[in-house]
Structure formats: structure tokens, C-alpha cells
Ligand binder design. Sequence first.
Ligand SMILES: NC(=O)c1ccc[n+]([C@@H]2O[C@H](COP(=O)([O-])OP(=O)(O)OC[C@H]3O[C@@H](n4cnc5c(N)ncnc54)[C@H](OP(=O)(O)O)[C@@H]3O)[C@@H](O)[C@H]2O)c1
Length: 339
Amino acid sequence: MGTKMINVGVVGATGIVGTEFLKILAERKLPIEELRPFASETSKGRKIAFRGQQFAVKTLEDGCFTGLDLVFFSSGDEISREWAPKAVQEGAFAIDNSNAFRMNPEIPLVVPEVNDPGVSAKDKPCLIANPNCSTIQMVVALQPLYKKFGISSVQAATYQSVSGAGREALEELNNQTMAVLNHQEPSVNALPYQIAFNNLPQIGSFLEDGFTSEEMKMTNETKKILGDESINVSAFCVRTPSQNGHSIAAWIKLKNAATRQEIMDEFKKAAGIELVDDPFNNKYPMNIVASGTDPVYVGRIHQVPNDPKTWMVWIVADNIRKGAALNGIQIAKSIFKLD
Ligand SMILES: NC(=O)c1ccc[n+]([C@@H]2O[C@H](COP(=O)([O-])OP(=O)(O)OC[C@H]3O[C@@H](n4cnc5c(N)ncnc54)[C@H](OP(=O)(O)O)[C@@H]3O)[C@@H](O)[C@H]2O)c1
């Protein structure tokens, strides 16, 4: 019996995440019969090349998902809130990259290496949420330690690239960099301040308690994915002027003491992780290595002085790949049992 062909929609197909979805879908040679790309009115009719064929971009309208088995959403919260449930009603599994459904207790929030829900194409179509980009790479690194030693708390400081803020912000970083180097005034539209040659301690909007929405995503989503409300998680998220790849410095307090070698052994065995930890030869994870690749890289593993259960780890991944499109495609592969 041949592999079942599937019909796939990509909402936000012209954006940074949508483009990466199409790139990975093409690379992985998944058995796709029809590809239906969607974007805004501005892109309507634009042709998107996919495996040597041209597909015209469509806009969203009632019935637009009919005949699709699977739809990836990456067009922001509002569009997902309105259209992802319609995709399910029209018979497709919806994998949503936005924040709209992540903390809904009825909707699985999935990182396949950590909490694959075992949904299958034979089940009734449903919606599955893809977590926040920084959360995904952090939980992939936490999972093996959580399983082996237990975790009581995690503090994370993030260094997040501009691709995480979308296409417009990335173009702005490049334009600002050129402007500053040419002694011109950089224009600022996509982010609150100039990002070129700067760091911004703000990702998302501020809440009353001083955290940002991005920081609370890391706190709440980490607990939901690990299925453990008792872990004390806090994050300090910073936008840096790198183009792609997010880095996280994490302080991980284990429940049971472990040696550096035991921690490295768990990382070596874990799915989706690449250990790069050879400090005396200047080997550690970096954005420029992670960018364009699949793994979550971990390194710089060392113990906090006088605190034998707390370990510091540097975690780096491509935020558009593992942090968004690749994770979504892994969920789809699990549903449709694709290799
Ligand atoms: N970047 C990341 O690292 C990352 C990671 C995880 C999750 N996400 C989430 O993924 C989503 C997209 O992010 P992105 O970085 O790819 O943004 P982006 O580069 O700004 O792309 C936005 C996409 O949404 C489309 N769009 C806008 N209005 C639309 C409408 N009315 N109907 C249909 N499509 C519409 C745009 O189409 P046009 O080209 O026609 O304007 C474009 O394809 C967001 O929810 C974001 O939070 C992003």
C-alpha cells in the first residue's frame, strides 16, 4: 500500500515562518498532493514555487480549507483565533504558531520530543498549538534533566534575534545597520527603538508585575509542556541585533544532585539535542552555527558556586526552524505517521 498523500494549507505563507514551513516541507519530501498557500490581500495571486510547481497565494474566506487534511497557521493571534477553528470545522488538523490557543487547557501545546499527544490522522481533526520559540528550545533542553534528576526551578535570560519579530523587523535591522554605518538617521517602525547596535530588554508588552508577555509565555508554557505546575520558572527576555537564532542562559535547579558528566550523558542521549561543550577548545553553541539547522544546541554546562544542585547551561536554536516551522512539521509527521 502506498503512502497516503495529504493536502496542506499554509496560512502566512509569505512570512518568515511560513516561508520556512514551505522550505522544510519541500526538503523533507513529505507526500503532499496539494499545497494551498494563504496570505493577506497584498499577496493575493502571487505565485509561490514549491517543488518545481507554482501555487497562487489565496486569501482567507469561508470554505477556503475544504479538502485540506492539515493547515499550518503563522499569521498572528487574531487570524488564528478566527480561522484555525474554521479549518478544523472544514475537516483539517490545524497546527497553530500563534499565542491564541497555547494556554487553553483543552488544546495540546506540543514539543514532540517532550509531550507528543499521540494524535493520529484517524482521530477527529483538532487544533494543536505550537509553543513560543524560546519556550520550545528551552523545554527540549530541560526535558532530559527533568526526567532523570527532577527540576525545582529555572531562571532564563534570553538573547533573541530579530527574525523572531517577523519580516518587517528583520528588514528594519538590516536597513538600520546600513544607515548607522553610513552616518544616517536609522528609521524605527517595527520595534519600539533602534535595534541595530543595541539591545532591547522588551519583547512583547509589559504587564503590571514588571514581566513582559514574552517572559510569561516562557513561564506558563514551560509548566504546561512539562506537565508540572510546581516548577518555578522565570525569564528575562532581551532582543539582540542578531539576524537569526535565539540563545538562552539558563540556571536550572535540580531536585537531585548530578555531576557535570551525568548531565552531559543525558544531553547526549536526548532526542533533538546536540551537545557542544568543550570550553578549553573554545567550543560552545552559537547562533551562526545553529541558524539553518534543526537541533537544539546545549553547552557551557557548569555548576553555580556553593549551590551543588543548580547548573548553568547555554541553549541555542534556530527560532524559525525548531522554534516554529520545524516543530510544527514534527507535530504533523507524528499525526500523519510520516517519516
Ligand atoms: N518569527 C518567529 O520566530 C516566530 C516563532 C514562533 C511563532 N511565530 C508566530 O508566527 C506568526 C507569524 O510570524 P512571522 O515571523 O512569520 O511574521 P511575518 O514575517 O510578519 O509574516 C506574517 C504573515 O502573515 C500574513 N498575513 C498578514 N495579514 C494576513 C491576513 N489578513 N490573512 C492572511 N495572512 C495574513 C502575511 O502575509 P503578507 O505577506 O501578504 O502580508 C505574512 O505571510 C506570528 O503569530 C508569530 O507570533 C513567529
